[in-house]
Write a new protein. Structure first.
Length: 228
């Protein structure tokens, strides 16, 4: 609320208009208008000291030196989440047990800690699903967590590869598209062969048209005198 703060500073301090304008991020003419009561609307002052944006000592420094620029008090830095399970939207949380069960069934080499970090769950939940003691175990159906939107294919592949390497296993390869890949290759081969046949037929047709003018075009029954 820069205008309300500026109004309070104008009414309650001896700071210069330039100092107030600099602190509030306003133009000096706006401060002049507030001081002259010519602003578009009458503002209710906002005390920056009570808002923990300025201290009285800082104001006194500014009043003693017109060239001094007030420094706002920095609030405490917000805590950033750097550890703990991944956040999952509420709409997808009910799918977590299905995703966990899928990983346990298809990639037993992946540790509970890795699953917890990948899916965003606790080891207790993973252990209950692994031991089949989960309260809803009868309704849990293993489903690909990527399909469920709980993680990305890149992240899942990275976790599986890391777990396989730690266990001394060969990292699995995705063979789900092998059938489609073979079918595509056969289709491309057939299209290429068809194109080659069409091209050969076109060349043969052109050769026949080129040879046609050398043949006799006399009417039926007329003997070509130059033909022996």
């Amino acid at each position: 609320m820069p205008h309300a703060t500026a109004s309070w500073l104008v009414d309650n301090t001896a700071l210069s208009f330039e100092q107030i304008a600099d602190f509030c991020g306003l133009h000096i003419l706006e401060i002049q208008a507030i001081a002259d009561d010519t602003a578009a609307t009458k503002l209710t002052g906002r005390d920056p000291v009570r808002a923990h944006e300025l201290t009285l000592e800082e104001i006194e420094k500014g009043q003693a030196d017109p060239n001094y620029r007030l420094k706002i008090i920095k609030g405490p830095e917000q805590m950033r989440r750097t550890r703990g399970p991944r956040y999952t939207p509420v709409s997808k949380r009910q799918d977590k047990p299905d995703g966990i069960a899928w990983i346990i069934r298809n990639h037993p080499e992946v540790s509970d800690a890795q699953i917890g970090k990948l899916i965003g769950t606790t080891r207790a939940t993973i252990g209950a699903i692994r031991d089949r003691t989960h309260w809803n175990i009868g309704n849990i159906t293993p489903k690909d967590p990527v399909t469920l939107g709980l993680t990305t294919q890149r992240e899942l592949d990275a976790v599986v590869a890391k777990a396989a390497k730690a266990a001394g296993l060969e990292a699995p390869t995705d063979e789900r598209l092998d059938g489609d890949r073979e079918a595509l290759i056969e289709q491309l081969r057939a299209e290429r062969e068809t194109a080659e046949r069409d091209l050969a037929a076109a060349h043969a047709a052109e050769a026949g048209e080129a040879a046609a003018p050398s043949e006799s075009r006399l009417p039926p029954g007329v003997v070509d005198p130059f033909k022996h």
